[in-house]
Design a protein around this ligand. Structure first.
Ligand SMILES: CC(C)(COP(=O)(O)OP(=O)(O)OC[C@H]1O[C@@H](n2cnc3c(N)ncnc32)[C@H](O)[C@@H]1OP(=O)(O)O)[C@@H](O)C(=O)NCCC(=O)NCCS
Length: 143
């Protein structure tokens, strides 16, 4: 697999948004958080992305996605492991809110009780879709 992973730059924004929108993942925050994104590139094309949100509150993995034709080739693992290395030294654990529970369990994350969401995230506490939200809170202890 001839794929390199590097920090995202501003000109990557349209490609990142295109990948995220294929899975109906949030795209509105990409511009403001571009410094926290990494991208995976094959032959000049962005084929995957991920973001480590180190803003307010917990350190959170967001927006991890690979193009449909690139699934199950180990790329999600590489993106996650790259951000894990980045997170070490700044935190002891990484959180995620996700519908891809199986992938994150494979990667060593453990599911938390849903009641933890409003405790960990202010936007969950204020969300009027909390009762119907399918995103599972999960945590990875870094060692
Ligand atoms: C989640 C996603 C990023 C995983 O990327 P990927 O490149 O397909 O995953 P990998 O090939 O690196 O898989 C790593 C391991 O997880 C497993 N895995 C991948 N997706 C899985 C899933 N949905 N359920 C269970 N296991 C899964 C793989 O089989 C592999 O296991 P192995 O190491 O035993 O072989 C990708 O499926 C995707 O883009 N999904 C849509 C977007 C999305 O929902 N993102 C989550 C936002 S929080």
């Amino acid at each position: 697999m001839n794929v390199s992973i590097r920090n995202a730059i501003i000109s990557d924004i349209p490609s990142i948004k295109s990948i995220l929108s294929q899975y109906i993942l949030e795209t509105e925050l990409v511009e403001d958080n571009i410094d926290q994104f990494i991208v995976a590139k094959n032959r000049g094309r962005i084929v995957g992305c991920a973001c480590l949100d180190t803003g307010a509150g917990v350190v959170e993995l967001r927006s991890i996605a690979v193009l449909p034709g690139w699934k199950n080739k180990g790329l999600g693992r590489r993106l996650l492991e790259t951000l894990e290395q980045r997170a070490k030294g700044m935190t002891g654990r990484i959180y995620v809110r996700t519908t891809a529970r199986g992938f994150f369990e494979k990667m060593g994350f453990r599911a938390l009780d849903n009641s933890q969401k409003p405790v960990l995230w202010q936007d969950c506490a204020e969300c009027d879709r909390f009762d119907v939200c399918m995103q599972v809170p999960m945590v990875l202890e870094l060692r």
